[in-house]
Design a protein around this ligand. Sequence first.
Ligand SMILES: [Cu+2]
Length: 157
Amino acid sequence: MHGSSPLVRRLLLAALFAAGAGLVLSACGASTSVIEVSGAVLPPPATPSEASLYLTITNTGDLADELLSVETDAAPMASLHKTEIDDSGMAMMGDTDTLAIPADSTVRLVPGGLHIMLMDPEPLDAGDTISISLTFKEAGVKTVEATVVNDATELPS
Ligand SMILES: [Cu+2]
């Protein structure tokens, strides 16, 4: 015998590589989504039937997350909406199923784009606060206070 054959050495290298890959995989298994919701504001409802709410979602974790649903006790129904300009230049808005919150990212809901629509909200005046709960696929439920501001100049842009 003259030490290990090239084949044995190759197998040993393969085993070492597999062990290394296993370490990397177990590190990945510890990935988490770390979600913070901030700056939640809404203007006084333009009509009694609906109000738009804006906020910022930050994921400082290393795992992609997804906003699945929204809920507030200030309205019987709340949903994620997106405003888009159609071919004729009209602003249209409609339901958006879910919202991707990639790892290490910030997603801002601002006027003219994504917003949370409250249907038939309770009467809201400037200075009021309401509680809003966002359900994320990974991070679970996050509840924040949203403040009713005076007018559009106090909204994020
Ligand atoms: Cu809307």
